[in-house]
Ligand binder design. Structure first.
Ligand code: SF4
Length: 144
């Protein structure tokens, strides 16, 4: 079984701050026979690393801390993630929690003050819309 996975959870230093968020329990899925397909919607959508942090706004746009609207890049990255999932036959995605792209269930509120609100990142939303199940890294144990 193939699972779409946020690349930063697999040790790729593609986060806004140039770091990764390597998650051993996600990587351990390989030993259980799962094939992990990495995607980074922000980088694949055209953003560089490092980059200013960005948050979804109440109107759905994504704006970075410098005030630049990066919605188009986020949407492009979400489509690439969805295309990859379809090409690879992934019915499940494990994505980095709280990211404006990959977050599922809760994301930051757009004020850059650390406040969380219910919601999905742009790519997580697009994948769910297309019928792909999305889990966060803290839910890995639920797939066994
Ligand atoms: Fe990780 Fe997703 Fe952010 Fe890329 S877009 S750095 S994969 S959380």
């Amino acid at each position: 079984m193939k699972i779409l996975v946020s690349a930063c959870l697999l040790g790729v230093p593609c986060r806004y701050d140039g770091k990764s968020k390597k998650h051993p329990e996600v990587e351990a899925l390989r030993a259980q026979g799962y094939e992990l397909i990495p995607v980074c919607p922000e980088v694949q959508g055209g953003l560089s690393t490092p980059r200013p942090p960005a948050e979804r706004q109440g109107d759905g746009r994504v704006v970075n801390r410098e005030g630049t609207d990066v919605t188009a890049q986020y949407q492009a990255g979400a489509e690439i993630a969805l295309n990859t999932a379809r090409e690879q036959g992934c019915e499940l995605a494990i994505l980095k929690e709280r990211s404006p792209s990959c977050g599922s269930g809760e994301i930051y509120d757009g004020t850059f003050t650390g406040q969380l609100i219910p919601g999905d990142g742009v790519a997580a939303h697009r994948l769910r819309q297309a019928g792909i199940k999305v889990l966060g890294e803290s839910q890995v144990e639920t797939i066994q």
